[in-house]
Design a protein around this ligand. Structure first.
Ligand SMILES: *[C@@H]1O[C@H](CO)[C@@H](O)[C@H](O)[C@H]1NC(C)=O
Ligand SMILES: *[C@@H]1O[C@H](CO)[C@@H](O)[C@H](O)[C@H]1NC(C)=O
Length: 320
């Protein structure tokens, strides 16, 4: 820039001098115009070059910074700041409703999501008061909900386009739990084996009517907080817990071989019985009365037993 202005100054100084010397000679004028044009062009090229060369590194730096920023937003996946997580849990736990999880139940799930390798695949049975919370806590991951109320699932998806919800038709009844568990035990080497693609399963407890691509996902965290109801003709959570157990053991991909499975309302007998049967005591890492936390490992494809140790529960086969 400095050179540029000095060459301009030179031109202005030259101008009257040449005019004085040979203003009569048109050739001189032509020569001057040519020279001026040449100098102007050279100056222009030089200026452009120095502008480009001086600005190129900073432009590249900016582009790189933007690319890095968008990459970190897309896939690098910084977890939610701790205080944001705590705030979300606070407001969820203190909402004016009886249909909610306590802070003590929310916290272990939030912690598992925080530690989950990104991007985390989070599957939830039951659309509840916490639905938006789960989606928010799993900020960079995939969060999918399965609910027995198709109208509510459609409503939630419409109200909150960021929510991915599927409706499922449960065929079970809570009062038939004993028979169902006995049947699964009998078929643990065929239809109801612990490692399989549930899409093709005829097991009575398998949820096999979700979209095909659902079964290709390796779910890292699964929460069973549905279906609703604990009366005898309510569907019960047998299918949800069985399905969670099979999905966890049938993980394929290169991600974590572990799956965190949480069972809410674990204080109630059906949840304990089904968890003992399909998630197994040996995998129970913590419980606080209302919430059971299991960590399941991927299993050998030919396995025909859910638990290594025999289940301590006797209620399973009692009905047959
Ligand atoms: C909580 O909800 C109930 C019923 O919806 C209402 O009567 C009550 O005033 C609410 N309490 C607070 C503190 O908002
Ligand atoms: C599972 O069983 C099939 C057939 O019975 C066999 O070919 C396969 O090698 C077995 N896989 C493992 C990992 O044992």
């Amino acid at each position: 820039m400095k050179d540029n202005s000095s060459s301009n100054t030179k031109l202005i100084l030259l101008h009257p001098y040449i005019l004085k010397q040979g203003s009569s000679n048109r050739l001189w004028l032509l020569a001057f115009v040519s020279l001026f044009t040449l100098i102007f062009l050279l100056t222009l090229i030089y200026t452009r070059e120095s502008f480009t060369s001086s600005s190129t590194p900073s432009a590249t730096t900016i582009t790189t910074t933007i690319a890095a920023a968008s990459a970190s937003r897309g896939s690098n996946n910084v977890p939610l700041p701790k205080h944001v997580m705590t705030t979300l849990l606070h407001y969820a736990a203190n909402a004016n409703t009886t249909e909610k999880m306590s802070y003590a139940d929310l916290k272990p799930i939030a912690d598992a999501l925080r530690k989950c390798p990104s991007p985390c695949n989070f599957l939830i049975f039951g659309l509840t008061h916490e639905t938006l919370l789960w989606r928010a806590l799993n900020n960079h991951g995939r969060t999918a909900f399965v609910d027995e109320n198709r109208y509510y699932a459609a409503y939630m998806e419409e109200q909150h386009p960021e929510i991915e919800a599927y409706d499922v038709h449960y065929t079970t009844k809570l009062k038939e739990m004993g028979e169902l568990i006995a049947t699964v035990r009998e078929q643990a080497q065929n239809e109801c084996r612990p490692v399989q693609n549930l899409l093709f399963s005829d097991c009575m407890l398998a949820i096999n009517d979700l979209p095909n691509q659902f079964y290709d996902v390796d779910w890292d965290v699964i929460l069973v907080d549905g279906p609703r109801g604990h009366w005898p003709t309510a569907p019960g959570r047998m299918s949800a817990i069985f399905t969670a157990g099979v999905l966890a053991r049938s993980k394929k991909g290169g991600g974590s071989s572990k799956t965190h499975v949480f069972v809410h309302d674990y204080n109630l007998d059906p949840q304990r019985v089904c968890s003992d049967e399909f998630l197994c005591r040996e995998n129970l890492v913590e419980e606080n009365g209302m919430l059971g936390h299991f960590v399941l490992e991927r299993m050998d494809e030919n396995s025909s037993q859910f638990c290594r140790r025999k289940s301590p529960s006797k209620s399973g086969g009692s009905a047959s």
